[in-house]
Design a protein around this ligand. Structure first.
Ligand code: FAQ
Length: 311
């Protein structure tokens, strides 16, 4: 019977049909999705911190309203993705435990500090830009709930990217000092943004199988190239220099050539030893512990309502 189920699953993947929560799926497919979707959810939640640090010191009421809305969107994306993960038979509370105990990963990018307000713009431009590049193809991923979550998230993400770019355009019209702040932030975030796409293909243990299953649509290097090609003209228009002397248009390939990211740095950051790993996880843990009374109250209220309804 298992063979028939497997054959049915393989045929659906081959025909580009979606797998839904109640469909039979191989255990390894389910586990891979739990891993990717929960890491993605954790990234959104931890990803609130670098920008969240600037809400209280936004330079104007308008910028504060924009930033608050963006960070709230990230919380929404996280919750949306936890809900998608739960359709795979895992529990959100358990996933949060795994995150704050350091047993599950989240994106390396959020382990770098945001040192000035220009960082808010650069995170929107480069980090959300990289996120869109990675996530637009995932709207066609084979697992239904993840694909549908991506459609909605991408719409908001492209708005986030534009708000970042608009903020930087305004700063570039400002003083010499403001332009220097933008350039400094670009210098610090460029290479970590390229690392968001993961290790090079030759060193990516999961890509092959995830592509066979239709979970991933493109390889890490393909998406990284797409991001570079899309971003270089934006940098030119903005008037900033990307910190890579090897960056140049290659007519033969029809793509930009670019330098090699520091893969040892990516390994260090992924394994917990980045500039801000300890602080990000500690803060998430503290917020979770501080919120215990809310969860208890909500659970007690739900139980009370159930009892009243029964009577
Ligand atoms: N950071 O074999 P692969 C956002 C791990 S966007 C940390 O290539 P895979 C929006 C990988 O998990 C950011 N870990 O793995 C936002 C694996 O470890 P494991 C979130 C990384 O899965 C913007 C190992 O290395 N986006 O949050 C990283 O096939 C602004 C080997 O790697 C997503 O999660 C990394 N950069 O490909 C929010 C997108 N790269 O689990 C706030 C969905 C690799 O075996 C503000 N995810 N690893 O122990 C994906 O597309 C894939 O999971 C990849 C990795 C491409 C990230």
């Amino acid at each position: 019977a298992d063979e028939a189920l497997q054959a049915h699953f393989d045929a659906r993947i081959a025909a580009n049909q979606r797998i839904e929560p109640r469909d039979w799926m191989p255990e390894a497919y389910r586990r891979t999705l739990v891993r990717q979707v929960s890491q993605h959810a954790h990234s959104e939640i931890i990803g609130m911190q670098p920008e969240g640090d600037w809400i209280a010191s936004a330079p104007s009421l308008r910028r504060k309203a924009i930033l608050l809305a963006k960070v709230q969107d990230e919380a929404g994306h996280g919750l949306y993705l936890y809900a998608a993960a739960e359709t795979l038979g895992v529990d959100r509370a358990d996933l949060t435990e795994r995150l704050i105990e350091g047993r599950q990963k989240y994106s390396s990018i959020f382990n770098y500090p945001s040192l000035g307000y220009a960082d808010v713009g650069v995170i929107g431009w480069l980090v959300d830009g990289a996120a869109i590049c990675n996530q637009v193809p995932l709207c066609r991923t084979s697992y239904g709930p993840y694909a549908r979550a991506m459609v909605r998230i991408c719409k908001e993400e492209s708005f986030h990217q534009r708000q970042g770019y608009e903020l930087l355009m305004r700063m570039m019209e400002g003083t010499e000092g403001q332009r220097a702040m933008v350039q400094d932030a670009v210098d610090r975030w460029w290479w970590p943004s390229l690392m968001m796409f993961g290790p090079p293909d030759a060193d990516s243990p999961n890509t092959r199988r995830s592509m066979d299953w239709g979970i991933k649509i493109d390889t890490n290097d393909e998406l990284r190239q797409k991001f570079v090609d899309m971003t270089v003209p934006q940098a030119e228009k903005l008037g900033v220099t990307l910190p890579d002397p090897e960056l140049s248009w290659n007519d033969e390939r029809g793509h930009y050539d670019f330098g090699t990211p520091d893969w040892d740095e990516l390994k260090r950051v992924i394994s917990g030893d980045g500039p801000k790993n300890a602080e990000r996880v500690a803060r998430r843990r503290a917020a979770h512990e501080k919120g215990a009374w809310v969860r208890e109250a909500a659970t007690a209220y739900a139980a009370k309502r159930r009892n009243t309804e029964e009577v």
